[in-house]
Design a protein around this ligand. Sequence first.
Ligand code: PEP
Ligand code: MN
Length: 340
Amino acid sequence: MLIVMKKDATQQDIERVIRKIRQSGYEPRPIPGRNRTAIGIVGNIGAVEPSPFLNLPSVKDVIPVTKPYKLVSREFHPESTVVTVSKEVKIGEGHFAIIAGPCAVESEEQALKAAAMVKKAGAHIFRGGAYKPRTSPYSFQGLGLEGLKILAKVREETGLPVVSEAIDHSVYDLVEDYCDIVQIGTRNMQNFSLLKRAGKSNKPVILKRGMSATVTEWLMAAEYILHEGNSKIILCERGIRTFCNHSRNTLDLSAILFLLKETHLPVIADPSHASGRREQVAPLSLASSIIGAHGIMVEVHPDPERALSDGPQSLRPDDLSALVKDVNKILNTKQRNEPC
Ligand code: PEP
Ligand code: MN
């Protein structure tokens, strides 16, 4: 339930409502807005009786929230959240971020080469896995701490913020220390203890969609992070399992459209893991930018044929430069087309 205060409500009025919520055994979540404050109620199992709140001074309205997710919903928080990654880079409404880099950090030389490509192409954030969640235990598992140190060097040399995946609780602290954004991958979307850990962090989190997760399950996973106090969440649609065999997964563009209305959190697309095929990455990236996603994450490698993971979906340097140009064209056209 959401308690909407009148425009002229005083701090005392707000605190009175907060006390009443606590006395009733629920958790208050004040949401200050541009014009008025709203106070969300969480922690209730069934419906909350509105009358005790409606009678309090300066309460304008009491709105039932029917969805299982609350803090992430636009019902609770109508204004879009923009996640600040660094002084120069933001992700969210009005801020389209291009995240690019190799699937895995393989060596200092490879990462610095890739980072130079990413920077030259005009992308905004460098990605690279130091801890890799691989289907086979015999596949390259990542360089671990050494990989994170290389990412720190990339940031130092290029000025680009860096993102890497925390594959479990034991490495979260390290990834958080070395990187500007922590990624939670598809396989961990419902690792609830990891989500709670992410919620205690100050660093932004990219939460990828579980490969078989519904949008509701995905939003509930984000709710875990926000409930612990971290609202710097970027949702990443990375493709879901379907019966298709023409691509690795299916990029669910309609999920992005749905989320843009349903949640205030930024939503980006990862066409590399969605398609698994280099030739599909650029068109799907453009499609994502056309429908209003707040960014894309794409894999790029200086020498994809020799990549230790995900070579077939990795863009070549020239592909990335062309893609960034095309995305920028779309963003400029969209801006021009917006009503004055
Ligand atoms: C990745 O980004 O390298 C990755 C492993 O992604 P996902 O969790 O979407 O498979
Ligand atoms: Mn990958």
